[in-house]
Design a protein around this ligand. Structure first.
Ligand SMILES: *[C@@H]1O[C@H](CO)[C@@H](O)[C@H](O)[C@H]1NC(C)=O
Ligand SMILES: *[C@@H]1O[C@H](CO)[C@@H](O)[C@H](O)[C@H]1NC(C)=O
Ligand SMILES: *[C@@H]1O[C@H](CO)[C@@H](O)[C@H](O)[C@H]1NC(C)=O
Length: 390
């Protein structure tokens, strides 16, 4: 994916030459050709992010706190993965209940999950509310909460109409999030979408009787704050991990420095970038090194559906690889030999080695999909961690 960095240079170079989208609204300034190049480039960039079309930005819903916390745990402020081993897969999706029932029943529409995605874990997150005053209040300390997959909606109160997925004791007086594993059910829904008849939850006393619904309550339907809505969280892997052996390994190299230009206003950033691309001659003088390359999602027109980050520093590798190549240029043996052949002019037409990324990091995107579900996705090989002569 080294080509990606070069590709971003193309897009961003384009953005530098034509800094605003309004440019395209001016019929006199529009050249059909460049418009096509831009749209083809952005389509290709979407493919890098695993999408065919950009999700439709609709209302500005608040993303679930769980997803924001997860993002901040996995990624630093620039979206760069802090610890590549924290997530097992590369995708985490959150879904809200579609049923809005007064009973403890839920239906989650998983139609946005690609068939190719491997389901690793699925969780039902329920917010347990404080008990309402009741005569039972002092009688029970624990209740048995069980989550079932509905197999037959007409027989949901009978054993043959449902399948137990998860069950445990919960303190009656507790309040906060309770998480139940429901992986089995989601796997079966993924193989047969029509079998998704939802989930139901029962709350019983230790003696097996129905618990008073005033005592053990979960935030349901539309009666509670959005931040307490029942949620399905799905951990998957889309198999788009990089094939490169030199995988994102932050352990053997320092974390990439934070963006030096983040606090800069957009205009200053733009001119800084413009100079990056302006001086070809300038580049010839410097030796191979890593330089900033800020990919601004707002400039690309994606800020409507990407929650975080607003952009990221992909970096790029620039500079010459002349003989003799020092260790600071991180040359491969092949590059060293090539630079010697070039210097000695032993064979005609042999160039000096190329300055390319030799370590790549992954970034994380938190975004709204077409159905307004919030998704966290990890993309490999997106940030040049260091450069070398290859
Ligand atoms: C620009 O493209 C549109 C369709 O994409 C076409 O209808 C129009 O004639 C083109 N204009 C020029 C000047 O080529
Ligand atoms: C899930 O959402 C898709 C897309 O909006 C829709 O076509 C489908 O009918 C929905 N499925 C259910 C079970 O509601
Ligand atoms: C199942 O039981 C609940 C509570 O016991 C009741 O409200 C509901 O109507 C029953 N549903 C069916 C389909 O019998």
């Amino acid at each position: 994916m080294a080509a990606f960095v070069a590709f971003v240079s193309t897009i961003m170079g384009f953005a530098v030459a034509r800094p605003s989208l309004e440019y395209f609204d001016n019929p006199f300034a529009v050249e059909n050709e460049s418009k096509e190049v831009r749209s083809a480039a952005i389509k290709r960039l979407l493919e890098v992010f695993g999408m065919e079309d950009p999700p439709l930005p609709r209302g500005h819903k608040q993303p679930p706190q769980y997803m924001l916390d997860l993002y901040n745990t996995v990624a630093d402020v620039d979206g760069v993965t802090k610890d590549p081993y924290l997530l097992e897969g590369n995708t985490v999706r959150s879904f809200f209940d579609k049923l809005h029932s007064e009973q403890v029943e839920f239906l989650f529409n998983l139609s946005t999950v690609a068939r190719s995605e491997k389901v690793l874990t699925a969780e039902l997150h329920l917010f347990k509310l404080r008990p309402q005053a009741s005569s039972h209040f002092n009688r029970y300390h624990f209740c048995q909460v069980s989550v079932y997959q509905v197999l037959d909606t007409t027989k949901r109160n009978m054993t043959q109409g449902k399948k137990l997925l998860s069950s445990r004791l919960i303190p009656v007086h507790s309040t906060g999030w309770e998480v139940f594993t429901i992986t089995q059910a989601v796997r079966s829904w993924m193989t047969d979408e029509g079998s998704n008849l939802g989930l139901m939850v029962t709350v019983k006393t230790l003696g097996g009787n129905q618990m008073d619904t005033k005592v053990v309550r979960f935030a349901l339907g539309r009666n509670h704050h959005q931040s307490k809505q029942p949620m399905l969280v799905l951990f998957t892997d889309d198999g788009r991990r990089s094939a490169s052996v030199e995988h994102t390994d932050l352990n053997d190299s320092p974390a990439p420095p934070s963006l030096p230009h983040l606090p800069m206003p957009a205009a200053a950033r733009r001119s800084a970038r413009a100079s990056d691309y302006g001086g070809e001659d300038e580049g010839e003088k410097t030796y191979c090194q890593r330089q900033p390359l800020y990919v601004d999602f707002e400039e690309i027109g994606w800020s409507g559906w990407i929650v975080s980050p607003r952009g990221y520093n992909a970096y790029h590798c620039k500079g010459s690889c002349p003989f003799p190549l020092g260790q600071n240029m991180r040359p491969t043996n092949h590059a060293t030999v090539q630079s010697i052949i070039n210097a000695l002019k032993l064979t005609k037409g042999i160039e000096t080695p190329c300055c390319v990324p030799d370590k790549l990091f992954s970034i994380n995107l938190l975004y709204f999909d077409d159905e307004e579900n919030v998704v966290l996705k990890q993309y490999d090989d997106m940030v040049a961690g260091s450069c070398g002569c290859h």
